[in-house]
Design a protein around this ligand. Structure first.
Ligand code: EPZ
Length: 434
């Protein structure tokens, strides 16, 4: 298993380009299941979850071509025939977002068999709202042996009111409704930019969707969708992570190829903390070594403060004067990074869904391990300012959602390298008996 070795202390100077959004690319790849024509997706990030999705779709019979070389950020998917509309436990356990194929498969093939995701480091994360929604569109659902089976001759348009806001739940039902008979109204929807990006792709494929990006989405079902070409939006969470890296290291960093309008809640909070930034249409520049002031955050659905930036913000809060109260409202177990940060010298107390971060702490390097994608990003941020050389284990978590993070950080002056697991030397073969 790879590790990252980071020597802290260098200010980050220069320009980093943001990749396409993982959380927009995954539903877009699932959407290709809705048509028998090719769907070309550009600005696809080279992260492990994309590879897992490629294998998921290929196992169903879809042709998935991941570009390489100059075309490395392009993917062409053609689900002409879907011999087995199934998502196996082997793949779903690696990536919960696999449940995004449920709606498209039952809508296109009239049946789907998808493994239930099971537990996750950051919370229970059930998919009951996906299932309830499909039932409201007329699907017959059974569950056994850890799998959900959904069947329907043709889904029927209807009204779905989500009991709680769910990002992939909204995306899953949005995709299912595109091929349903009649109109579907989705209420209390997620308003994340990734949902609007998906609707943009679906409308290019011939769907009739209005209101994506708001709480109410209307979908007039059509009998068939066609192929399309679509460029995925930039990754606002990757951009946010690098903005905090620039701030914490007292650098002068230009994060380009992002959409600052998707980062409004984060930037507003960073300005409150004392971080200096300048924005343009597709870039954020973070400058200087300003002292940071503590400020509280509460994670919320978009456009509120994103839960996927909570861990990274906590790393910054360890460097702010005073006590920052961090309240995690979306996932019930998203403080796995706390004890690792404490191992590096941070002063953090957890009380239920609140973490009290007392700063400014002088962090010292240590051997730490990542538990999930964003937790690993917060450890990288802490290591960039810690005294000495930090070794972060289990970085496969970070590879799930950050494209070549060590190369990007190294290109702006970070002392970071990846080391493969040093396999114990094979014991010498016993001398051959005479
Ligand atoms: C999406 O997950 C993102 N993943 C997550 O990003 C992100 O943290 C999350 O939205 C919240 O913003 C992708 O887009 C692939 P939810 P999702 O359904 O859709 C509960 C990252 O780091 N819920 O909006 O799975 C659920 O347990 C990842 O990139 C139900 O109870 O999240 C949670 O408490 C991590 N029943 C809350 O709703 C359901 O059927 C919000 O979850 C669905 C969700």
């Amino acid at each position: 298993m790879d590790k990252l070795v980071i020597r802290g202390g260098n200010p980050l100077l220069g320009t980093i380009r943001v990749s396409g959004a993982k959380n927009a690319a995954l539903p877009a790849m699932a959407a290709a299941l809705l048509t028998d024509e090719p769907v070309i997706l550009e600005n696809i990030p080279q992260v492990r979850d994309i590879e897992t999705t490629r294998r998921l779709l290929a196992a169903m019979g879809a042709e998935v071509e991941l570009g390489y070389g100059r075309a490395q950020h392009r993917t062409t998917i053609c689900a002409r025939t879907l011999s087995s509309p199934e998502a196996s436990y082997e793949l779903v356990k690696q990536m919960r977002a696999s449940s995004l194929v449920l709606g498209p498969l039952v809508a296109r093939c009239g049946r789907a068999r998808v493994s239930l995701p099971g537990g996750c480091a950051i919370g229970a994360r059930p998919i009951d709202l996906h299932i309830k929604g499909l039932e409201q569109l007329g699907a017959k659902i059974t569950q056994d042996h850890g799998y959900v089976e959904a069947t329907a001759d043709r889904l029927k348009g209807g009204e779905i009111v989500f009991e709680r806001i769910t990002v992939t739940g909204t995306e899953d039902l949005l995709m299912a409704a595109t091929l349903a008979d009649g109109e579907t109204v989705l209420r209390n929807c997620a308003r994340e930019p990734e949902v609007a990006d998906l609707a943009d792709l679906l409308n290019k494929m011939g769907a009739q969707i209005e209101g994506a990006g708001t709480s109410t989405i209307r979908v007039r079902g059509v009998s068939k969708l066609h192929g399309a070409k679509h460029r995925i939006i930039p990754d606002r969470i990757e951009a946010g992570t690098f903005i905090i890296a620039g701030a914490m290291t007292g650098g002068d960093l230009n994060i380009v190829g992002c959409d600052p309008s998707h980062l409004a809640a984060l930037l507003a909070k960073l300005h409150q903390v004392g971080v200096k930034t300048a924005q343009s249409a597709d870039a954020v520049r973070v400058m200087g070594d300003a002292p940071f002031k503590a400020a509280d955050i509460t994670t919320e659905e978009y456009p509120g403060f994103p839960t996927d930036m909570q861990a990274q913000y906590m790393a910054l809060a360890t460097q702010a004067e005073g006590v920052s109260i961090i309240t995690e409202n979306i996932f019930e177990n998203r403080f796995m990074h706390v004890l690792e940060l404490v191992r590096m010298g941070a002063n953090i107390k957890v009380e239920g869904r609140r973490a009290l971060v007392r700063g400014k702490a002088s962090l010292s390097a240590a051997a730490v391990q990542a538990s999930d994608l964003r937790a690993s990003a917060s450890l990288v941020l802490a290591a960039l300012v810690a005294d000495g050389e930090t070794i972060i284990d289990r970085v496969y978590h970070i590879d799930r959602g950050y494209e070549h993070i060590e190369e990007k950080l190294k290109s702006v002056g970070a002392q970071i390298r990846r080391i493969g697991e040093i396999l114990p030397k094979k014991a010498a073969a016993p001398a051959a008996r005479p």
